[in-house]
Design a protein around this ligand. Structure first.
Ligand SMILES: Cc1ncc(COP(=O)(O)O)c(C=O)c1O
Length: 416
């Protein structure tokens, strides 16, 4: 395709080059397949399809019905649930729908504290969740930096929430869904599990599934699941009617059918044996990275990781999380600053960085490469401002990114 819009396409090409040239350690990102990306750039973006397959508010929906039916069937088969809604535009939209389906405004929620790894849509005061519901929180213990289910139970018995919410953006340990379900049952609460980060691990059975334990499960499709940017809701026959009406018209208008097609493509990929191998490697790589950083004197929150991510306390190196993010970015290693539990610094500075291995594993890095990368991270963090170290690491990163291309030159954008 010859484009008329050099301004936009040159920026898209620059972003493609950036992704190829940097090692992506942001734990919520991944590199979707070319087929997933291709599905989003199709004529499906032209179509209005408010409603659900077989019951739309617009004509001409026969083909988008096929696509949405495929996506729903694949989601149900992959996650072993009876019902799925694939329309949420994002993880936050999926959580809006789930909370509206299970609660009345001003009801009480017990969710993981944002400062300890929870998500904005689990009760941030400026988010809809914090504005419309009464939020109480549980966190990790000071000594172990892990969730103690006995403490969650005590808090639930005290607060008597209408809804218990499990799931996090920055927690590196296995979540005990049967224990969350037992607490919800004992205290008369509904259980919502937001498995946004670990959806790919759950699909590959590398992390235990919340399906069968939670009243509703929400997820994003673009993190470890490696699909397009979007959300999804999984539930049973008892809640699907509510969920379908809180997704549309409750929180959204017309579905993004091009994105739903890409979700269907990603869900097929996620059901392959190769995807299960990939997820096992993501976890192996995360363990190898945590071990390497620990051996180099960096403290990993909770002492390690069971999943695809870890929080690194960079305080001992004399840097804030923001400074660590910046010095790593300068050598083409991309990550984000992150609060660590009981952090004394404000969120925009923070004392930690969050690292994830989903994206680098997609481009082919194995344990050996990840260990080398861990050495570079430790070196840069222990020599901030040392231009000779930065130059050497940047050149090592460049060599590695060339050896492990993501899409290759075929994905180059040519504009007029
Ligand atoms: C646990 C969790 N839930 C929900 C979301 C929200 O996803 P989105 O950015 O698609 O709204 C995120 C995103 O990082 C997340 O980590």
């Amino acid at each position: 395709m010859k484009s008329q819009d050099a301004a936009v396409w040159s920026a898209i090409e620059a972003e493609r080059v950036r992704q190829e040239a940097q090692l992506e350690l942001i734990a919520s990102e991944n590199h979707a397949s070319r087929e997933v990306i291709a599905a989003m750039g199709t004529v499906l973006t032209n179509k209005y399809a408010e409603g659900y397959p077989g019951r739309r508010y617009y004509g001409g929906c026969e083909h988008v019905d096929t696509i949405e039916d495929l996506a729903r069937a694949r989601a149900k088969a992959l996650f072993g649930c009876t019902h799925a809604n694939v329309q949420p535009h994002s993880g936050t939209q999926a959580n809006i729908a789930a909370l509206m389906a299970l609660l009345q405004p001003r009801d009480t929620i017990l969710a993981m504290s944002l400062d300890h790894g929870g998500h904005l849509s689990h009760g941030h005061p400026k988010n809809f969740s914090g504005l419309f519901y009464a939020i109480h929180s549980y966190g990790v213990e000071k000594g172990t930096e892990r969730i103690d289910m006995d403490r969650v139970r005590e808090k639930a018995l005290l607060v008597r929430p209408k809804l218990l919410l499990a799931g996090a953006s920055a927690y590196s340990r296995t979540l005990d869904f049967p224990a969350f379900a037992a607490i919800a049952q004992e205290t008369g609460a509904k259980l919502l599990v937001d498995m946004a980060h670990i959806a790919g691990l759950v699909a590959a059975k590398v992390h235990p599934t919340p399906v069968g334990h939670a009243d509703i499960v929400t997820l994003t499709t673009h993190k470890t699941l490696r699909g397009p940017r979007g959300g999804m809701v999984l539930c049973g026959a008892d809640t699907i009617k509510q969920v379908n009406s809180t997704v549309f018209p409750g929180g959204q208008g017309g579905p993004l059918m091009h994105v739903i097609a890409a979700k269907a493509v990603a869900l097929r990929e996620a059901a392959t044996p190769e995807f299960a191998v990939y997820q096992r490697r993501v976890v192996e790589n995360a363990k190898a990275l945590a071990e390497t950083l620990t051996a180099r004197g960096l403290r990993i929150v909770s002492g390690g990781t069971d999943n695809h991510l870890m929080l690194v306390d960079v305080g001992a190196s004399g840097l804030s999380g923001k400074q660590a993010e910046d010095v790593l970015h300068a050598v083409d290693l991309t990550c984000n600053k992150n609060l660590i539990p009981y952090d004394q610094r404000p969120p925009m500075e923070a004392s930690g960085i969050r690292l994830g291995t989903a994206a680098v594993t997609t481009r082919g890095l194995g344990v050996g490469e990840v260990r080398r990368m861990g050495e570079w991270i430790a070196e840069v963090l222990s020599h901030p401002g040392d231009e000779a170290v930065a130059r050497r690491v940047r050149s090592n990163v460049a060599e590695m990114t060339r050896a492990f291309p993501i899409y290759g030159d075929a994905a180059r954008v040519v504009h007029a």
